[in-house]
Design a protein around this ligand. Sequence first.
Ligand SMILES: Nc1nc2c(ncn2[C@@H]2O[C@H](COP(=O)(O)OP(=O)(O)O)[C@@H](O)[C@H]2O)c(=O)[nH]1
Ligand SMILES: [Mg+2]
Ligand SMILES: [Zn+2]
Length: 345
Amino acid sequence: MTDPWLVVRADKGAVLVVPATGPATGEPVRVALDRDGLVASVPDGPSDERARLVPAVGDRVLLDDEGTTLVGLLPRRSALVRDSAGRTSLTQVLAANVDVVLVVEHLDPDPDLGRVERLLTLAWRSGAQPVVVLTKADLVPDPAGMAQDVAQVALAVPVHAVSVTDDEGLEPLRALLTPGATLVVVGPSGAGKSTLVNALAGREVMATGERRAGDGRGRHTTTHRELVPLPGGALLIDTPGIRAVGLVADAAALEHTFADVAEIAARCRFADCAHTTEPGCAVRRALDDGELTERRFTSWRKLEREAAYQERRADVRLAAAEKARWKRVTMDYHRGRRGPGAPRP
Ligand SMILES: Nc1nc2c(ncn2[C@@H]2O[C@H](COP(=O)(O)OP(=O)(O)O)[C@@H](O)[C@H]2O)c(=O)[nH]1
Ligand SMILES: [Mg+2]
Ligand SMILES: [Zn+2]
């Protein structure tokens, strides 16, 4: 149990790991997880983190002396999370210890600005740096103009139009592949994520596919998250397309994604302005002036509502966990007073 291992793939019941130090070459080792598929300890983590956690791609883990059992999970420096419907946890970690989130969106068909805003919120929340990558530039007449439009909703975020087919625009992305840097691609199915990963890796590491007419799924749709160690020392994580539902909206991340709207709303006369019919509403004024588009306003409201809902749900769950903890503590207390082996009253 000395050197940490890097999770390159996380499946139900097992993870694939490679040594986290030194060149990440060689065949990954498969390590089965315990019954719940969870790790029981986080060495040096805060005590409430010593909960049972599910290892994710990008995690650094510790194995026992035999190298057959996962015994610990090192603290994460960042985590890309999505809302989970599961009962045991509120969120699911998609990727851990990520430095850059590449938000991948196609230029053809037209980019979906709402989806970019949503994925940027996911990226900001992770603690990593978001970068927008607009793919298939070879299929549209004015990729630069389209990139400018997207940049308007991607404040403080670099936006790059690229074509893997023509090997155009990839240089700024290759520059991000510094030794030790971990990049993850997120975006809809068919956006060209796996194609991009292959281009950046310089070889065919992920299967890619044409979109099938009808259901829009590729023949070679990526089905699992996978970490690809590059020879230069960077780590690239490919993911399947994430459906819009389940992306975690979070108030602080929304302040980043919608910094312009937040700034306008701060000028409303009333601090609790609902931006509907209130006098002195700066948001209504901005909508009338065209300073703020109806689309962006609606997108903001929608994600704000989702964030509020998720927060309430988290509170309910936290309260339930706290209640259970107190019940345990008081039971221990009574047990202590009765003394070991004392008969029940
Ligand atoms: N014309 C063009 N097609 C691309 C480009 N990048 C990806 N594609 C195509 O888009 C389709 C989906 O790509 P894929 O990488 O599997 O998408 P993923 O689902 O996001 O991983 C494939 O048929 C690719 O060949 C590009 O830069 N230009
Ligand atoms: Mg793919
Ligand atoms: Zn207002």
